[in-house]
Design a protein around this ligand. Structure first.
Ligand code: NIG
Ligand code: FE
Length: 404
């Protein structure tokens, strides 16, 4: 196997507990062995025998190298858009009012159901392209706009197809319990029975990497979600939850009871919820795009999360209703400006902690033995990645050891 060497760069390894912030190594060297990292450290410490075996040498010409970015919460596959509801909201309607009057998630469900797989793929591909251009190497895609077996299957298959036709790792999440579809209106428990029938089928077809649900007064209660999580646990699937976005529904405690890998949104998270998450090492996935776009005023309790040492991840939540966003770098900026994360916390949120939110232990930091997913940035300091608005300093992305 040929080894390749990258030099004339600084590397933000994002290793926890490193001597320098961001695990930063100035004048670093990085050795890639096929699809894996073989060595990373100060260039002067590179062992001579390793150097001699490097058949390819890359001059990074002063780039900053970080782990490939991970967008750990997206709803990338959907039909239509909701610019009409954006207009309604600007004329005074609220997100919840629109949802209750048959718009919201349900309107995207109708547009998604009538779209062909090819049309959905083409639409999602454009969004994916924008994420990839900013150095995303792994992303999660949820279903949840199909809401019956055939339609959820269609969306999950589109997500898988995107992973096959692009140099990116895609993790699929079954979000059948996202909303109650029109044909089940007023019969939430009956719809949940249907979701419980879909899950094992889609799982058996290899379409499901994790299970998510929307725990909210306009969606599903903790008791209803417990039934779904019992089924997920029986199948050995990791769980995640949209929790405490619009109210404190006790979703985080419920998710923690099932050892969920993450709880997402969390603006209304309570002290008890944060403590429960900490006890099971659940990651808090904060979604500044949704907070911003819905003009929320209740901030997620970042100090509480810090105090309980709950790892914080950041994601786009890319979706038509609450976060029509395809820039993870913009989310870094918003996590800092709106939620007061430090740029180092924000970068950990789209690397190390985002990997943890997806239950992935082979990426998110740059260390020997892990995947060779990394990005060369035209910046001098890691904080510049959070600092700029609308800039894209991504020069090159290496996915699985190969430049893309
Ligand atoms: O993550 N909170 C629930 N689901 C999405 C919004 C979906 C939509 O409005 O279409 C979210 O914000
Ligand atoms: Fe979401």
């Amino acid at each position: 196997m040929s080894l390749s060497l990258w030099t004339y760069c600084a590397v933000a390894t994002m290793q926890p507990g490193a001597a320098h912030a961001y695990g930063l190594i100035d004048d670093a060297a990085l050795v890639v062995d096929g699809s894996m990292l073989r060595w990373v450290g100060p260039r002067r410490d590179l062992p001579a025998d390793l150097l001699n075996r490097c058949t390819h040498q890359h001059d990074a010409a002063g780039a900053l190298i970080t782990p490939g970015l991970i967008d750990c919460h997206t709803h990338l596959v959907y039909g239509g858009d909701r610019s009409h509801e954006f207009e309604l909201r600007l004329n005074g309607a609220s997100y919840e009012e629109i949802a209750q009057s048959g718009g919201g998630i349900v309107s995207t469900v109708l547009a998604t159901r009538t779209a062909s797989p090819e049309a959905l793929t083409a639409q999602a591909q454009r969004r994916l392209q924008q994420l990839l251009a900013e150095g995303v190497t792994t992303l999660e895609i949820k279903s949840g706009y199909g809401l019956d077996l055939a339609q959820e299957r269609k969306c999950l298959q589109v997500a898988r197809t995107l992973g096959q036709s692009n140099a990116v790792a895609i993790r699929t999440t079954f979000l059948g319990a996202h909303a109650v579809p029109p044909e089940f209106a007023g019969r939430t428990d009956d719809y949940l029975d249907e979701v419980l029938r879909m899950l094992p089928v889609l799982h058996a077809e290899g379409l499901v990497d994790a299970v998510d649900a929307f725990c909210e007064r306009i969606a599903f209660s903790p008791a209803q979600i417990a039934r779904l999580f019992d089924a997920a646990r029986a199948l050995g699937l990791p769980m995640k939850l949209h929790a405490e976005q619009l109210s404190d529904s006790g979703g985080a405690q419920l998710a923690a009871r099932f050892g969920a890998t993450s709880c997402d949104h969390l603006e209304w998270l309570s002290d008890a919820g944060a403590a429960a998450m900490a006890a099971v090492h659940s990651v808090a996935v904060l979604l500044p795009g949704a907070f911003y776009f819905l003009r929320e005023t209740k901030l997620p309790p970042v100090d509480l999360l810090r105090c309980h040492q709950v790892p914080i991840a950041i994601a786009t939540d890319s979706n038509p209703g609450s976060s029509p966003c395809t820039s993870l770098l913009l989310m870094l900026n918003m996590a800092c400006t709106l939620f007061r994360l430090t740029p180092e916390e924000a970068l950990a949120g789209v690397t190390r902690h985002a990997a943890q939110a997806l239950g992935l232990t082979d990426r998110g930091v740059l260390a020997p033995g892990l995947r060779a997913d990394f990005v060369l940035w035209d910046v001098q300091r890691p904080a510049q990645l959070s600092y700029a608005l609308g800039a894209n300093p991504c020069r090159q992305t290496i996915f699985n050891g190969t430049p893309r």
